[in-house]
Design a protein around this ligand. Structure first.
Ligand code: FPP
Length: 230
């Protein structure tokens, strides 16, 4: 990238619009998710090639269980299938995988795949790819509070509270992107997003391109961040 100073350290994405992409083409919603996987691969590569250090992708929220049983099952199977298939490519690109969310609430077969792929990439030193699965920002905060109480930790402040979140040890996202024209955070990174720059695009996730991603990164470089100062 031209101006290295403007490269964000952490980019987070709400990948929205797979269902509408499929419906527009008269296809079942599940085909939209399959098409969405292709975009995931392109954006991971672009982030990695451009020196972004952390990329967080919202794949499945704590609210997504409300979808039809067929769609939920399809998504959980798709995550397992894609991860198995994609692992070698991730390792070749030195990408370190981390799954954030209420992982214990996922079926055993998927937990095993997540555990295996996290383990397989734990020594990788390139892009950290956080995949949010069964993730909810409120649940994350409540789980942190419960742990703090259980461990009877008294000295809690705004900085060290982050150590109890799923993203412990990582910087907060500089940018949060949401595709498909919706303008909400939908329970994503509630504590971590306090000073994130928000970008919304009408593009549906399967149509989101490397070019549009890089344009957002460039636009970020032009925004003035004040963090509450003047
Ligand atoms: C939102 O679109 C998308 C999801 C809930 C699933 C996202 C999952 C993928 C792109 C697969 C990623 C795979 C890995 C391994 C990270 P939507 O279904 O809510 O679309 P709609 O709003 O148009 O209905």
């Amino acid at each position: 990238m031209k101006d290295a100073k403007s490269v964000p350290v952490h980019v987070a994405i709400i990948m929205d619009g797979n269902g509408r992409w499929a419906q527009k083409r008269g296809l079942p919603r599940t085909e939209g998710h399959r098409a969405g996987v292709k975009t995931v691969k392109k954006i991971v590569k672009t982030a990695s090639d451009n020196g972004i250090k952390y990329l967080t992708l919202y794949a499945f929220s704590t609210e997504n269980w409300k979808r039809s049983k067929e769609e939920v099952n399809f998504l959980l199977n798709l995550f397992a299938e894609v991860l198995k298939d994609y692992l070698n490519e991730l390792r070749d690109n030195n990408v370190k995988l981390k799954f954030i969310g209420d992982i214990q609430g996922l079926p055993y077969f998927l937990r095993k795949v997540l555990e295996y792929s996290e383990n397989a990439t734990k020594k990788d030193t390139g892009l950290v790819l956080n995949i949010a699965i069964n993730y909810g920002g409120r649940r994350e905060i409540v789980q942190a509070v419960k742990r703090i109480c259980r461990e009877k930790i008294r000295d809690i402040n705004e900085e060290n509270f982050s150590d109890y979140l799923y993203t412990a040890g990582q910087p907060d996202p500089d940018i949060i992107i949401r595709t498909s024209g919706e303008m909400r955070l939908s329970n994503f990174l509630l504590y971590q997003s306090s000073y994130s720059e928000l970008f919304f695009t009408d593009t549906l996730w399967p149509d989101f391109t490397e070019e549009e991603f890089l344009k957002i990164i460039e636009e970020f470089g032009k925004r003035k961040r004040k963090f509450g100062g003047v």
